[in-house]
Each structure stands twice: as C-alpha cells, then as structure tokens.
Design a protein around this ligand. Structure first.
Ligand code: TYM
Length: 344
C-alpha cells in the first residue's frame, strides 16, 4: 500500500488567554515542522463553544490565537492558518463521525469526565461529542502528524479508532468507489520533549490551563516582563536544592516543572539543565529562568500586540487560509459522501 502524503494538522481553542503550556506544548513545536511538512494550523472556534463563550471574547481570543501562530513563526503564505468555522466541512464530517464513534468510546474520555465533573447532565451535548469533531478536523485533511501536548493523547487515540472503524465499516464501498482501502490514515501523535505537560505554578498536581482562576498559576503569552518575573519568583517550590540528575526530580513535581520549562525554552534536555544548575537552590535558578523566559517570550508578545492592534491583517490571513483549507476539505468530503452512500 502506498504511504500517505505527509501532512501536519493541529488546533488551539480560542477560549481564554494563551499560556506557556500552549506555547511550549504546541505552538513552539509547530514552527520547525514547516521545514519538513505542509502544515495546517487551525483556530478551533467550534470547539471553544462547547462551553459558554461570550461572543466578543470569542472573537478577541480567535485573533489572539492566530496572532500567536504568526508571531511565533508560522508562515501563513507557505502554510495554512484559518479558523475552523469558516470551513463548514468540519461540521459535516463530525456528524458522520458521530455516527461512527460509539457512546462507550466517548464515555471513556478523561477530558470530558474532568470538564463535566459532577455536572455531567448539565453540560452541552457538544462537549460530549467534542472528540468526534476533533477527529474530523484531522481526517478532513488526511493529516498524518499532529503536534499536541500530552493532554490530547487520548483524543488522538480515539481519532485513530474512528479512522479505523470508518475504513472497516465502509470497506466495500471504499473499494467500489476506487479509493484506497486505508481511506483515512492512522494519524501519529507528535508528543515529545521536556514540556509536553506544563504544570500550574501554584499547584504541582494540576496542569497549567486557560481556565485557572488564579492569575499567578499561569504565565500568559501576553504577560509583560514584570509579570513573568513575578510569577516565576512566586512559583511554588520545595526547600531542597536542584539535583544534578533527572532521577533526583522524582516526587518533586514543582521542581521538575520549572526544570522542564527551562529546558524547553533553552532547547536543552532536562539532564543538560541539571548538569548546569545541579546543587544550586531556587534562589539562583528562578532568576535565571525568569531571564530566559522574558528573553524568549517578550519578542513574541511584542509581535502579537502589534498584530492585534489592527486585526485586518489577521482577518485576511484567516480568510485566505480558509479558502485554501476548503479546497482540500471539499475533495475529502466529496469522497466521503460517495462512500457513505449519500445521493449528490
Ligand atoms: P487546547 O486549546 O486546550 O490546547 C492547545 C494545545 O496546547 C496544549 N496544552 C498544553 N501543553 C503542555 N502543557 C499544558 N499545560 C498544556 N495545556 C494545553 C494542548 O495539548 C494542545 O496541543 N482539543 C484541543 C484542540 C483541538 C485539536 C484539534 C488539536 C481541536 N481539534 C485537532 C489537534 C488537532 C484542545 O483543546 O487544545
């Protein structure tokens, strides 16, 4: 069987302020992939509304995510940046996947369980079906590689299950339409490196998230230098000094988190960071980390602010990206309609 043309797809929800976890776990890793793959980076606004979003905030956050992609170094001319709702085929394929995926698969999703909590009867139907829309995002473009943080791993496994079940359920029709038997690819998650799960700066048992109530728990991409330095200075740690080897970080989640952040920002491994800082206390390590974070994040924030000052450039990028994404999406959808048996 011939291999798929390789293609990268990833997305971020415009549902709050972008933070260091989004940057290190996802956005930063989008950039180098442009050298080796055609890339599609989406602002997944239809995912955002699975929980209530104030319409004005949704627009602002959509521009912020697009600005972050561009400011971090994604090239919207060579690659594609767009917002999901402009390409309606996402919703169309998601519906078909709603009919392929099984209730039991969705009920196992830990993110749904975390988000719904004790309130499962009162969350939106969209929140439950969320992973089927995510599978549609990826498979509409037959993407082979998806760079994400660790928290998305289970959703990507489900995407593979949906692809596999679609390929099996419709095998005869796929063949009758002269299409390749593995119609949808089994997508590879791209999850590696020192910061695939950045933790809250206040609580080493929680991940850094857009919805954290304490402004001190997350470094936001639009934070200024003072805010970054203050949050790192106040980050929760333990009284021990840093070990000189990674094994010494076990059972010390807050220390491991700061070392991981340093490593990701400096493009080093955690081992290398510890070779440099082992034996030193946080009194020495935190200022070095703050300086590095400001050095790496401030230029991106400056560029984001510039782009957000006048959103007309971002709007043009999103429109052009959506037009190019739609061209690819329409080919897949017309094949899918034939395969499913819809009369055109
Ligand atoms: P979202 O918007 O929650 O997060 C965007 C990206 O940031 C990563 N991330 C983190 N990485 C490290 N540490 C953290 N604390 C942290 N918090 C978030 C996420 O793993 C993600 O890569 N379901 C997705 C959006 C989505 C998507 C897609 C992604 C929709 N369709 C298709 C890939 C492909 C989400 O909610 O991401």
């Amino acid at each position: 069987m011939t291999s798929f043309e390789q293609r990268v797809f990833s997305g971020i929800k415009p549902s709050g302020d972008l933070h260091l976890g989004n940057y290190l776990g996802a956005i930063r890793r989008f950039v180098p992939l442009q050298k080796t793959h055609p890339c599609i980076y989406c602002v997944v606004d239809m995912h955002a509304i699975t929980v209530w979003q104030d319409p004005a905030d949704l627009k602002r956050a959509t521009f912020e995510v697009a600005a972050a992609y561009i400011a971090a170094g994604v090239d919207p001319e060579k690659h594609i940046i767009f917002n999901q709702s402009q390409v309606i085929e996402h919703a169309e394929l998601a519906w078909i996947f709603n009919c392929v995926a099984r209730m039991g698969w969705m009920q196992r999703m830990t993110q749904f369980k975390d988000k719904a909590g004790k309130n499962a009867q009162n969350v939106s139907l969209g929140l439950f079906a969320y992973p089927a829309l995510m599978a549609a995002d990826i498979l509409l473009y037959k993407a082979t590689h998806v760079p994400v943080g660790d928290d998305q791993k289970q959703h990507l496994e489900l995407t593979r299950d949906i692809a596999q079940k679609f390929n099996n359920d419709f095998a005869a029709s796929i063949a009758a339409n002269g299409l390749r038997a593995d119609f949808f690819p089994l997508t590879e998650p791209v999850i590696f490196g020192p910061a695939t799960r950045v933790l809250s700066l206040r609580d080493g048992t929680k991940k850094m998230s857009k919805s954290d109530a304490s402004g001190m728990a997350a470094i936001y991409m639009l934070d200024d230098a003072d805010a970054i330095a203050r949050k790192i200075r106040k980050a929760k740690t333990d009284p021990e000094s840093l070990p000189s080897e990674e094994a010494g970080l076990s059972g010390r989640p807050e220390a491991a988190n700061l070392v991981g952040i340093y490593a990701a920002l400096a493009d080093m491994s955690a081992e290398q960071v510890l070779a440099e800082f082992g034996g030193q206390g946080f009194g020495a390590f935190k200022p070095a980390l703050a300086e590095l974070a400001v050095e790496k994040l401030a230029p991106i924030a400056t560029e984001m602010r510039k782009l957000l000052d006048d959103t007309s450039h971002i709007e043009a990028v999103l429109k052009d990206g959506a037009n190019r994404a739609r061209t690819i999406a329409q080919v897949t959808m017309s094949e899918v309609r034939d395969v499913v048996g819809f009369v055109l």
